[in-house]
Design a binder for this molecule. Structure first.
Ligand SMILES: NC(=O)c1ccc[n+]([C@@H]2O[C@H](COP(=O)([O-])OP(=O)(O)OC[C@H]3O[C@@H](n4cnc5c(N)ncnc54)[C@H](O)[C@@H]3O)[C@@H](O)[C@H]2O)c1
Length: 361
């Protein structure tokens, strides 16, 4: 993800009339060959294996940290204490306790902190949010959102830090994919009040890449059935995070249905927006979307956006909010939302263990 951030920053000039310039000046990674890769970036003058050297650099204002989840708390706290602002990666600490410690420190030190979640900056998702805010759906019936992967279906896929509790966290797939799923519902004010969670561990070991096998002890799939109150009525909200969803390669989706209207979007059909309308007849209208992010770019309106584009829009959003010109656009995930997501995931673990519905405060 570090290289994704470097890519987005290195083509900052595609943002039209964007009033702030962000530049990559320093990089830290333990991996020598990765550090070498960053040498191609002319603005990047500090390459180090020691993050303490990076955060001591006076030229650095903001640090984007993308490391395994067990390292989030210590590195995020060190960044804040070095007087830098932070674009954190999800899940914002390995568990609720870590997330609260980071959020509290950010508040105490008055640092600007946001957490990464880029899909809501795709044009399709921006339209979903606008449709919901248009208030034309009547009484809401149901909300479904999810983020689905499938490469773990292959039992020969080697183990990595995301598949072990000690480095990924007990929340497993929820920590890995969950922030992406809750960003839009939380931004719309849809907070889960209770949860019934179905969590699955499918393969319990994987090749260790050295000829042997290693334990694979994280949850692979999570289905959270929650309820939220909208306009005084309880609405079911189903949130799915799966590493084993047959045929799904990074599929992010959302569906919001009401008695009068609805909306559906999935990165499976990345330029297609579906809008439901109940008139004399009931219709689903399919619209081809173009290239319309929160911030205009040089790319023509008919072209198709992709992952690097929404990631850049997210960085632009971070910078715009930090500099005070977001002007009503959708913000990045803030520390309160990140902590709320951990409350949900912890309640989901409790629900799974007790096989019961768990209330959230
Ligand atoms: N926003 C997204 O779409 C998205 C996608 C994938 C991962 N992530 C998140 O990004 C973070 C990293 O995931 P990834 O997929 O990039 O992992 P990765 O394993 O590909 O990269 C992690 C990097 O951290 C480096 N590293 C480890 N310890 C370090 C230390 N002490 N100091 C400096 N560098 C260190 C490693 O050398 C490695 O290059 C995680 O929090 C993950 O959840 C976000």
């Amino acid at each position: 993800m570090g290289r994704e951030a470097a890519s987005a920053l290195s083509r900052w000039f595609v943002l039209n009339d964007f009033p702030a310039k962000a530049e990559l000046t320093a990089v830290c990674d333990l991996n020598e060959s990765l550090l070498e890769w960053y040498r191609q970036i002319p603005t990047c003058t500090l390459l180090t294996k020691d993050y303490k050297e990076l955060i001591a650099d006076k030229n650095v204002d903001v640090v984007y940290v993308a490391v395994p989840h067990n390292l989030h708390e210590q590195i995020y706290l060190d960044v804040l204490r070095a007087g830098k602002d932070l674009l954190a990666e999800k899940p914002f600490g390995i568990n609720l306790k870590a997330a609260e410690a980071i959020a509290n420190e950010a508040k105490k030190l008055k640092r600007f902190v946001r957490c990464s979640s880029e899909f809501p900056f795709l044009p399709g998702v921006q339209r979903v949010i606008a449709e919901v805010k248009s208030n034309t759906f009547g009484k809401l019936l149901e909300i479904k959102a999810g983020f689905l992967h499938s490469s773990d279906l292959d039992p020969t896929k080697a183990i990595n830090w995301k598949r072990q509790v000690k480095t990924c966290g007990e929340i497993g797939v929820m920590g890995d994919l969950g922030m992406h799923v809750v960003h839009v519902p939380f931004s719309l004010g849809w907070k889960p009040e209770n949860v019934y969670a179905q969590l699955q561990k499918i393969y319990t070991e994987r090749p260790d890449g050295k000829g042997g096998m290693a334990p694979c002890d994280t949850f692979d799939n999570a289905k959270l059935t929650t309820e939220t109150t909208i306009d005084g009525r309880s609405v079911p909200m189903i949130l799915e995070m799966k590493r084993m969803a047959p045929g799904e390669t990074n599929t992010w989706y959302i569906e919001v249905l009401g008695t009068e209207g609805g909306v559906r979007y999935s990165t499976k059909e990345p330029k297609t927006l579906w809008i439901f309308k109940r008139g004399k007849e009931q219709t689903w209208i399919k619209t081809d979307l173009g290239f319309h992010g929160q911030f205009p770019t040089i790319t023509g309106g008919i072209f198709e956006p992709g992952f690097p584009d929404c990631f850049q829009q997210m960085l632009a959003t971070f910078v715009a909010e930090r500099e005070g010109f977001l002007n009503g656009r959708l913000p990045c995930v803030n520390p309160e939302m990140a902590v709320l997501s951990h409350h949900l995931f912890e309640a989901a673990l409790n629900s799974h263990n007790s096989k019961s519905v768990v209330k959230l405060n």
